[in-house]
Design a protein around this ligand. Structure first.
Ligand SMILES: Cc1cc2nc3c(=O)[nH]c(=O)nc-3n(C[C@H](O)[C@H](O)[C@H](O)COP(=O)(O)OP(=O)(O)OC[C@H]3O[C@@H](n4cnc5c(N)ncnc54)[C@H](O)[C@@H]3O)c2cc1C
Length: 439
């Protein structure tokens, strides 16, 4: 628990260093003549906003050593929240200047303003556009792929124009040492972007996969069995996920995240993903044919077994069963005889993905299966409705805080379960969550 807190605090310190050091460096060495407090303060806010925006490329570059301690969903959540702070800082910069020096309002006239002011406007408008689209993508009925492309373009425009504005205005950057530092930082951000958009795809191009089998599962779900072609594949821990790219090659800008559903014990690098038809990309999965080439980037995610546990409690809703399937198959292949409870919420009996295999797994594991149906058929005597603390108490032996819990399902279900576990005094370090919606 202590190492967990220590490691996370360390990461926060590294992050704070990266966003604040570029600002404090400006105060070292030779300084330009001081101006009034509010002008200097507004400029400090502008620099900080830019430093946060630039580092966003690092947060979303899928570096395992960045995401692993937290889990991807936490990183994306942080990415969204910190973007709002960056927007606040970037907007406060001109607003303060306009209040203390109203003559600067003339710079808002794009046609007559000098380029250094135009660049500031381009950066600010790009950032506003980016935030508006991110917050209202679903309401605006923008497809994920179209949004993703626009998001990248606006992010690059916001940061590039912001940097050019800063360089064109000079002032603090007259000092060659500080100029070198900020230019170095710019190169670092550019390198992050090139890494994720060019280097990583090139690496994936050299390590393709072939679809060996396409299996239709219950619950509108299709499993792709994929084998590495000309390489050994990668090893994953059950519960982790990968980014899948089909058809257009790895340079296709949008990969889709899916948990691995197969056993991590497969020796030949084979991986399976079980994908529910929920939108335009997933609708095409059932049309995939054996032999087709696909690209996988992984493994990612911190939703994994491996901590000391007297009992694993897996709680799945709908397609959230996929990482649990990987965990169960792996435990069975390892001959692990510790008790496992699977609490699995589905719509009805017929749509329970992996129903038959789960039944069969009881012969290989000390597995207790609790199906919870939201639309039970006549005569169903099992659990129905929501998974809550009362249901846990009916099926789990105390002490509840000694088990290791894994939760994956729709957001509302996960929120309710986290509250139920808190009410049962299960500490946060004892449960792990995987949210299928980064948005
Ligand atoms: C870590 C993780 C693991 C997942 N594992 C599985 C799994 O094992 N099986 C399964 O069926 N589903 C899984 N999902 C959900 C799956 O990624 C989405 O259902 C799928 O990408 C939807 O794409 P679509 O174009 O068909 O639907 P759309 O209607 O376009 O999208 C529906 C929603 O899915 C999200 N989404 C869409 N595309 C992406 C993308 N490229 N990257 C991130 N989010 C996206 C967005 O929030 C979007 O609003 C997982 C998601 C995450 C984050």
């Amino acid at each position: 628990m202590l190492t967990f807190a220590l490691r996370n605090s360390l990461w926060l310190l590294v992050y704070l260093f990266f966003i604040s050091a570029p600002l404090f460096v400006l105060l070292l060495g030779s300084l330009p003549p001081a101006r009034d407090f509010w002008t200097e303060f507004s400029i400090a806010l502008g620099y900080s906003g830019l430093a946060i925006m630039g580092l966003q490329f690092g947060l979303t570059s899928r570096f395992r050593w960045v995401t692993k301690p937290w889990g991807e969903d936490v990183i994306y959540h942080f990415h969204r929240r910190i973007s709002l702070i960056a927007l606040g800082l970037v907007l406060a910069h001109p607003l303060i200047l306009f209040i203390v020096r109203p003559e600067l309002l003339a710079l808002l006239n794009f046609a007559s303003a000098p380029w250094r002011a135009r660049l500031a406007a381009i950066s600010t408008y790009s950032l506003i556009g980016l935030i508006v689209l991110a917050l209202w993508r679903v309401k605006l009925k923008l497809s994920y792929e179209a949004w993703h492309l626009t998001h990248i373009i606006l992010a690059v425009a916001a940061v590039a124009a912001g940097l050019m504005h800063m360089a064109a205005w000079g002032f603090y950057l007259e000092d060659p040492m500080k100029k070198a530092l900020w230019y170095g930082l710019t190169l670092f951000w550019l390198a992050l972007l090139l890494y994720v958009r060019l280097v990583k795809p090139l690496f994936m191009l050299r390590r393709p996969y072939r679809v060996a089998q396409v299996k239709t599962e219950r619950g509108n779900t299709t499993t792709l069995v994929m084998k590495p072609e000309g390489h050994g594949g990668f090893r994953f821990t059950p519960g982790q996920f990968g980014w899948l790219t089909l058809w257009n090659g790895p340079f296709n800008i949008t990969g889709h995240p899916f948990s691995f559903s197969s056993s991590a014990q497969a020796g030949d690098g084979r991986v399976e993903m079980s994908i529910r038809n929920l939108g335009d990309f997933t609708a095409g999965i059932s049309q995939v044919t054996p032999g087709q080439r696909v690209y996988l980037d992984g493994p990612y995610g911190a939703f994994t077994i491996g901590n000391p546990a007297d009992m694993h409690v897996l709680i799945a809703g709908g397609v959230g069963i996929t990482p649990m399937m990987s965990i169960l198959r792996t435990l069975a292949d390892r001959g692990d005889q510790r008790p496992v409870v699977l609490i699995y919420g589905s719509r009805d009996w017929e749509s329970i993905t992996f129903r038959e295999e789960l039944d069969a797994l009881r012969a290989r594991l000390d597995l207790k299966l609790v199906h919870v149906l939201s639309r039970p058929h006549k005569g169903w005597t099992g659990e129905t409705g929501f998974i809550d603390a009362a249901l846990f108490r009916r099926h789990l032996p105390p002490p509840y805080n000694m088990h290791e819990y894994f939760i994956c399902g729709p957001n509302v279900m996960m929120d309710a379960i986290e509250n139920a576990l808190a009410a049962m005094d299960v500490p946060m370090s004892k449960y792990h969550t995987e949210r299928y919606n980064f948005a």
